[in-house]
Design a protein around this ligand. Structure first.
Ligand SMILES: [Zn+2]
Length: 431
């Protein structure tokens, strides 16, 4: 397993701890502050899309910022206080000041009766309103009083911010890695994804890659719609990708297939999850979830899947104050990172080769390839792997196809291909 006790692991812990208190939303300073912190680890570009920009059927909304918010009782005590938790204010609440009786106030209060100690996470992006979230236990304890309300927020012309990093590879064909960055103090649903994508981006930028990697840190829905609308010409370069959702809860790893269902990214996750121990799930595509909804809309149909652990909405802590730092399991996060990194390694090496000697088998013995792959004792397996690679390298099978058809491991097939390539028995197709 990837060891998160090293320097990078420590950075990830610190990163999650620093990002947790920030009040993020789909626009505003919280997103910029988050992206600036990520810039300490990876050279992200922060891009701004002005309010009012038409992006397909949508429009970039006004920018929301909040400075303070509270509810005071008649004795002047702040009984609900944004300063204690940013979840206490409905995200995107419009400015409001006034005095309300409890009965009037109640229509602006949101709780979770089934989990009376938790505070819900609520948003009102496209419907101008205001509200507060609190524990159900506190709601029941509120006296029939007159309350002073203050929501010191702004909703003004500004911009939508997102982060983008392109890590050039040997080819300009791309792998897309993306996650949403719009949730306030929630850990699994958002910070785990941000941590995973940042970790992968950092590792990818330290090594030579075949593919070019495009890293997008986007506000959910409107961010991916805006990116797609403004970067349509770049879309054909994207060969594979995945959206990263909640990847740090204690549930098993889940991969949601792309809309295509049989794309290379789907095959690689399928292979990886079936060939590694531990529970994992593969679920079919559905047009509900995270930004795969946009990347897999029929006009784009990009081979983009989604990685998560427990699917959203299927754990009670989802979108509540209980999705906190304690809810996150560093072992789960490390396992998610390892699986995603393994998938990228397979994609990097999953090439199609052409057998340069396709008429009957080449003589491996005279090339020293029989019983001689560097130090590996499982020689029979290596020979078999070479025979499979030679036989199926007809330009129509990639190495993963060969691994699956032969029942051998991808790593064994990859090793065999490398040996054959070294002896000029294969040539690579494409870049
Ligand atoms: Zn969410």
């Amino acid at each position: 397993m990837i060891d998160l006790s090293d320097a990078t692991g420590t950075q990830l812990f610190e990163l999650i701890g620093r990002l947790y208190p920030i009040c993020r939303s789909i626009t505003g300073e919280g997103v910029r502050q988050t992206l600036r912190i990520l810039q300490e680890l990876i050279p992200l570009e922060i891009r701004e899309v002005p309010t009012g920009t038409r992006v397909f059927d949508w429009e970039v909304p006004k920018e929301w910022n909040i400075h303070d918010a509270f509810v005071k009782d008649s004795r002047g005590r702040k009984i609900i206080n944004f300063a204690n938790s940013n979840l206490q204010v409905v995200n995107y609440s419009v400015p409001f000041r006034g005095k309300l009786k409890l009965e009037e106030l109640k229509s602006h209060l949101f709780t979770l009766p089934d989990h009376p100690d938790w505070i819900p996470y609520r948003t009102s992006y496209y419907n101008e309103s205001w509200g507060f979230c609190l524990s159900h236990r506190q709601l029941l304890s509120l006296a029939d009083d007159e309350y002073e309300i203050c929501i010191d927020s702004t909703l003004e012309v500004g911009s939508l911010s997102y982060g983008e990093l392109v890590i050039p590879g040997a080819t300009n064909r791309e792998i897309l890695l993306t996650t949403h960055i719009c949730h306030p103090s929630l850990c699994n649903d958002n910070l785990s994804g941000i941590a995973l994508v940042t970790w992968l981006a950092k590792q990818l930028s330290l090594r030579p890659n075949r593919y070019t990697y495009r890293i997008l840190l986007l506000p959910g829905t409107i961010g991916s719609i805006a990116w797609l609308a403004l970067n349509e010409a770049k879309v054909p370069l994207i060969q594979h990708g995945f959206v990263v959702a909640g990847v740090g809860d204690r549930g098993s790893f889940t991969y949601k297939k792309s809309r295509r269902g049989n794309a290379e990214i789907d095959a690689v996750f399928d292979y990886l999850l079936k060939s590694t121990s531990g529970n994992s799930d593969i679920v079919e595509f559905s047009p509900y979830g995270y930004d795969e909804r946009q990347f897999c809309s029929p006009g784009f149909n990009i081979p983009v899947g989604c990685v998560m652990r427990t699917p959203h909405g299927q754990y009670p802590e989802y979108h509540t104050s209980a999705d906190n730092l304690e809810f996150l399991s560093m072992d789960s996060l490390a396992d998610s990172i390892e699986k995603c990194a393994s998938v990228l390694d397979i994609l990097e090496n999953n090439r199609i080769y052409l057998n340069r000697n396709p008429k009957c088998e080449p003589r491996l013995g005279k090339r020293g390839l029989y019983r001689t792959i560097g130090g590996n004792t499982d020689e029979k397996k290596n020979e078999l792997a070479m025979l499979w690679v030679l036989n199926l390298s007809d330009g129509n099978h990639n190495l993963l196809d060969i691994a699956q058809r032969s029942g051998l491991l991808f790593s064994e097939i990859q090793l065999a291909a490398a040996a054959l390539l070294q002896h000029d028995l294969l040539k690579a197709v494409g870049d």
